[in-house]
Design a protein around this ligand. Structure first.
Ligand SMILES: NC(=O)c1ccc[n+]([C@@H]2O[C@H](COP(=O)([O-])OP(=O)(O)OC[C@H]3O[C@@H](n4cnc5c(N)ncnc54)[C@H](O)[C@@H]3O)[C@@H](O)[C@H]2O)c1
Length: 449
């Protein structure tokens, strides 16, 4: 395999090192112009970029041997995706790498606005001890509305789980709501929410989406946070709504005036009036497009990109989480002389809710998914635990049964029987070094509900 990759932006060193270790040939060019890169791009099968320039038709026409474009970031707006796909080029992005950062930043902005942390801090530093004017608001009891319930929106909703808030989401796709956010129509959304957080891509539909009409559609005055793209909001309309009191405060990590390269904002001779207002407004927090920009995401973005490039060439779908082989205890199974009587005892004395399988305990994983663990007595004469002679059998939850069984088999672990598929998931069996039987379960939990 001779896959040559051109890196045109600097990234965490693991990206380069791990790709090299896997046999890819890395070249870097962080300084040449787009035209200079175009002149040599036909030599490369892969390109790794952040935001240095747009990858347009012209560029893609010259990239005659390109097999993938990897963007070390969440979105692919700077790439002509349709044209790249028509040329059979794989597009790789890494929203998994910075979604936690964006979620924490969004929450930080809300808490900071609600508690006037920036204002109060500034006042103390200039010698003012003002308590009443810095009285805060609480999130408790409020309705938080998320527009765009994808990677970032979901991650933010997950962060809100510890707060006593109602979380609603609005999205153009159907059925994206989950346990952390209830999906509603735009009308319902605008009727109920107190805080709006934007997590949408920048598309013709979402360009200038938040304008006066949109803002006036909300029933209550509200706070707004934007960590998606600056051009999702018409800043002049936002400012007008702040002046009228319809918008109570704004946290803006992205600005309408950002250029593709983001860093030229203050070099423009003319600072728009609305921007001047934002710079002075006390109920506004501005950050320079850093919601996804943390030490942790720097590393995680690079890792996600490496994993996805490797998955493309080596077919390792789950290489991102090699160590997370089991994700929880799926069941506690044991033999009983009289399962029926035993179950009755547990119902009476420990209040278990039982069905034909025993009892199902529900819990939520880190992403907020409903998960279950089964408690099941088996009759003494069962051979379900065979070849183990023990009166119990362990069951572990796993993410990808087939991949794990392959790894275990490669490591010399005894596999018992073939994989079996039921409505509640896939099952496979192995023995530990003492002959205890372990059932591995790739669950479909909702089949029990
Ligand atoms: N500030 C930062 O540092 C930072 C970091 C990462 C991502 N982002 C931005 O966050 C945004 C969301 O990223 P993501 O990875 O979650 O994207 P995503 O594609 O995973 O999710 C976007 C969601 O928005 C929905 N959507 C699209 N058009 C819509 C519309 N008109 N109305 C309502 N919903 C609509 C989509 O159906 C999708 O569910 C992007 O703009 C991305 O560039 C910013």
């Amino acid at each position: 395999m001779d896959i040559k990759i051109l890196h045109i932006d600097s990234n965490h060193s693991l990206l380069w090192d791990q790709l090299q270790h896997s046999g890819f040939i890395n070249h870097s060019d962080f300084t040449s112009s787009k035209e200079e890169i175009e002149a040599k791009i036909q030599d490369y099968q892969g390109i790794v970029i952040r935001s240095r320039f747009k990858i347009d038709k012209e560029f893609l026409d010259k990239a005659t041997n390109l097999q993938f474009i990897a963007r070390v970031g969440a979105g692919l707006e700077s790439i002509d995706c349709d044209y790249a796909i028509s040329k059979n080029i794989t597009l790789i992005a890494a929203p998994e790498g910075n979604r936690n950062a964006v979620a924490e930043h969004t929450l930080g902005m809300i808490l900071s606005l609600f508690n006037k942390l920036n204002e109060a801090d500034g006042e103390i530093r200039s010698g003012h001890w003002n308590r009443e004017s810095n009285r805060g608001h609480e999130l408790d009891g409020k309705t938080i509305g998320i527009i765009g319930y994808g990677n970032m929106g979901k991650s933010f909703a997950n962060k809100l789980r510890g707060f006593d808030v109602e979380v609603l989401c609005y999205d153009i796709q159907d059925n994206v709501g989950d346990v952390n956010a209830k999906q509603v129509s735009l009308a319902k959304f605008q009727q109920k929410v107190d805080v709006v957080s934007l997590h949408i891509p920048w598309t013709p539909d979402t360009d200038k989406m938040v304008d006066s009409d949109f803002i006036n559609g909300f029933v209550k005055p509200f706070w707004i946070i934007n960590t998606s793209r600056g051009k999702n909001i018409v800043t002049a309309d936002l400012v007008a709504a702040m002046q009228s009191g319809k918008i109570l405060g704004a946290g803006l990590d992205v600005l309408e005036y950002e250029k593709l390269s983001f860093e030229t904002l203050f070099k423009d001779k003319h600072t728009p009036e609305a921007f001047q207002y934002l710079l002075k407004a006390r109920n506004v927090i501005l950050t320079p497009h850093i919601a996804g920009w943390t030490f942790e995401s720097h590393e995680r973005l690079a890792q996600v990109i490496v994993d996805k490039i490797k998955a493309k060439y080596f077919g390792q779908a789950k290489v991102a989480e090699p160590e997370k082989r089991v994700t929880g205890i799926g069941g506690f199974f044991f033999k009983s002389k009289n399962p029926k009587e035993l179950v009755a005892w547990y119902v009476k004395h420990l209040g278990l809710k039982t069905d034909d399988y025993g009892s199902t305990f529900w819990w939520k994983d880190k992403e907020g998914n409903d998960c279950s663990t089964q408690w099941s007595p088996f009759s003494d004469d069962t051979n379900y635990f065979a070849p183990s002679q023990k009166p119990f059998m362990q069951n572990f939850r796993v993410d990808d049964l087939e991949i794990l069984l392959q790894k275990l088999s490669d490591e010399g672990v005894t596999i018992v029987g073939d994989v079996q598929t039921y409505e509640y998931g896939k099952f496979g069996w192995v023995l530990d070094n003492e002959g205890n039987k372990i059932e591995l379960w790739e669950p479909i939990d909702k089949a029990f509900q």
